[in-house]
Design a protein around this ligand. Structure first.
Ligand SMILES: C[S@@+](CC[C@H](N)C(=O)[O-])C[C@H]1O[C@@H](n2cnc3c(N)ncnc32)[C@H](O)[C@@H]1O
Length: 331
């Protein structure tokens, strides 16, 4: 049994590093041609709350369909978690889907949600501690695209990875393989990972999911500019940018952009950036896979696919992978 400790998800020093990295990435991204900003910066507390709203939209099938797969197979998923193991979730958000697994798996020694949205993560961890009083909840505020430390108390405990939400689709495919290799190193040889992956489907359904009638996705996208104004002394006029999302067949991905409605100059942290009318900032990709194309990517990254569940329409997939790389560096 792991001792329960009230620990901060993110120490103050790494808070300063995160702030410096944010301004560096935004300035570099807006100096690039075409302009782009990494999608991980959507997720401050306001962005995390907006994403929660998205998950409840009728058009946003990924959450609804993945929840259905998790609910139907909760017992089988719980059987993958040995008694005393720790569940490590990458990008947990509100942990809404995790609750389905946590209710089915009673013998976990710890739940370790890892997320970049530090404040939101602390709040969600506190809510979970009340809901699951016997579960040791150990949040880690970190960018999971880089190596990060898991709590030291997990060193001798088997770890299971959980990565729902098709967040893996936000990586370029080679970076998705890089993420899987890194996750393999932190989970250890022989570890199991359960991972949700969105599938290629009819374009109308894809388009609607990222262009909802209530404009919540537009507000989520524009919050990136609001966040830059709040945290980096930016002067974006939010009314002069608009949301655009479309499916690119060739790349098999949804692209999300913010489009400048006019020629304008924006200043951020003392730097100036010129926008032409119609120029965009590319803010997110969401790659769609087939079951086989994702399995091939997992194999390339050292993970053996052992099981996949999909819904009856074949819209979403939940994969079980086993880490096949010999891995003495896991800590
Ligand atoms: C698409 S949401 C999915 C949330 C939840 N897993 C679900 O299935 O509804 C992506 C989540 O990953 C987190 N995230 C995105 N990029 C991240 C990164 N580089 N490092 C850590 N967390 C990240 C976000 O804060 C957010 O909670």
């Amino acid at each position: 049994m792991i001792a329960t400790t009230a620990r901060k998800a993110r120490p103050a020093a790494t808070e300063d590093e995160a702030a410096l990295e944010f301004v560096t990435d935004v300035v570099a991204g807006l100096e690039a041609k075409p302009k782009r900003i990494p999608s991980k910066y959507f997720y401050d507390t306001a962005g995390s709350l907006l994403f929660e709203e998205i998950t409840q939209l009728p058009e946003y099938y990924p959450t609804r369909v993945e929840r259905g797969i998790l609910t139907e197979n909760a017992e089988a998923i719980a059987a993958l978690l040995p008694a005393g193991s720790a569940l490590v979730e990458f990008g947990n958000g509100s942990s809404a889907k995790t609750r389905i697994v946590l209710r089915a798996a009673s013998e976990l020694s710890a739940y370790v949600p890892v997320d970049i949205a530090a404040e939101f993560l602390e709040e969600q961890a506190e809510t979970l501690r009340h809901e699951f009083p016997s579960l040791n909840v150990l949040p880690v505020a970190a960018d999971f695209t880089r190596a990060f430390d898991l709590p030291a108390s997990l060193r001798t405990v088997p770890r299971i990875g959980f990565f729902p939400g098709s967040t893996i689709g936000n990586f370029e495919p080679p970076d998705a393989a890089g993420f899987l290799r890194l996750a393999g190193r932190s989970l250890g040889a022989g570890a199991v990972m359960v991972i949700g992956v969105d599938l290629i489907k009819n374009e109308a359904a894809l388009h609607a999911a990222y262009n909802d009638a209530a404009d919540v996705t537009a507000r989520f996208n524009l919050n990136l500019l609001a966040r830059i104004n709040r945290e980096l002394d930016g002067d974006f006029d939010l009314d002069s940018f608009e949301h655009r999302a479309f499916f690119d067949h060739e790349c098999s991905r949804i692209e999300m952009h913010l489009v400048s409605r006019a020629a304008q100059r924006v200043s951020i942290d003392g730097h100036s950036f010129d926008f032409a009318e119609g120029e965009t900032i590319h803010t997110e990709n969401s790659y769609k896979y087939t079951v086989e194309s994702f399995r091939a990517l997992a194999r390339e990254a050292g993970w053996q696919p052992i099981k996949v569940w999909t819904d009856s329409d074949g819209w979403f997939s939940l994969h079980v992978l086993v880490n096949e790389t010999a891995n003495p560096s896991a800590s």
